[in-house]
Design a protein around this ligand. Structure first.
Ligand code: IPE
Ligand code: IPE
Ligand code: MG
Length: 251
């Protein structure tokens, strides 16, 4: 079994993003309702969050609910919203113990008021922590985010705050929900699906992708260690030649 000690402490990814998938199938395999899978997914969230904080990851982004997920049957949507509130209340202790700052990305305006209130309260309570930043993507989709950024930028151009010739990749990034957060180094998706489902499309331009067949509720600390170790074996070239990237490291 993989342990924390197998990880190269000098090559810890700064930002890990995760598409937590497979809760429904996990429940179905056990002959249970889908919501039972979501409930068991909470333990996996705790394990991965603690493991990431312990090994020194600076940012962990978890895709918890997509814009498209609103179209699921209302029973499931409601169950997910209540689970979010109860999890925030039960996990605040874990967040404080691990010195974690909670942030959110996504369209909180369309979240139920009670959920929004609880989220904002937890964000406030963890604001002064000094450890890892945990970013929950809620009611989030990348195309929604990019369209919103384009709208805000266009508005600033219209008002004369930004000149057309000033628009470049760096400026555009500042209009995204993830402003001030470095791009993910690795994106993990569970449940054996090989797609990105409208998650962080701009930010994952050069992210290493890691897929595991395990369903989200079965994920434990060792699975995060495995993903990090796999990441550490990759050569990130960013369009350059292998020799050039090696030179960069030696410099
Ligand atoms: C991921 O599990 C959690 C959310 C999308 C909210 P799913 O609910 O998508 O589970 P599967 O993919 O149907 O098994
Ligand atoms: C992606 O999972 C969204 C989250 C994990 C919150 P989905 O289960 O919604 O994605 P698809 O429908 O399989 O692409
Ligand atoms: Mg799914």
């Amino acid at each position: 079994m993989t342990t924390k000690e197998d990880i190269d402490k000098n090559k810890i990814p700064t930002h890990i993003a995760v598409i937590m998938d497979g809760n429904g199938r996990w429940a179905k395999q056990k002959g249970k309702e889908r919501v039972v899978g979501h409930q068991h997914g909470v333990k996996a969230v705790r394990e991965v969050t603690e493991a990431a904080a312990e090994v020194g990851v600076k940012y962990l982004t978890l895709f918890a609910f997509s814009t498209e997920n609103w179209q699921r049957p209302s029973d499931e949507v409601n169950a997910l919203m209540s689970l979010l509130v109860s999890t925030l209340n039960s996990e605040i202790k874990t967040l404080m113990e691990n010195n974690i700052v909670l942030k959110t990305i996504g369209n909180l305006d369309i979240m139920p008021a009670q959920v929004r209130k609880n989220l904002m309260k937890t964000v406030r309570e963890t604001l002064h922590n000094k450890g890892m930043t945990l970013i929950l993507a809620l009611s989030y989709s990348a195309r929604w985010e990019i369209a919103g950024a384009a709208r805000e930028l266009a508005d600033d151009v219209k008002e004369g705050k930004v000149g057309l010739d000033e628009i470049d990749e760096t400026l555009f990034s500042e209009y995204l929900q993830t402003r001030n957060i470095p791009d993910p180094d690795i994106l993990i998706r569970t449940s054996g699906e090989y797609r990105v489902s409208n998650f962080l499309l701009w930010q994952i331009a050069y992210t290493e992708l890691y897929f595991t067949k395990k369903l989200w509720p079965d994920i434990r600390k060792e699975d995060l260690y495995d993903a990090i170790i796999d990441y550490q074996s990759r050569e990130r070239r960013f369009g350059l030649l292998s020799e050039q990237t090696k030179l960069d490291v030696d410099r």
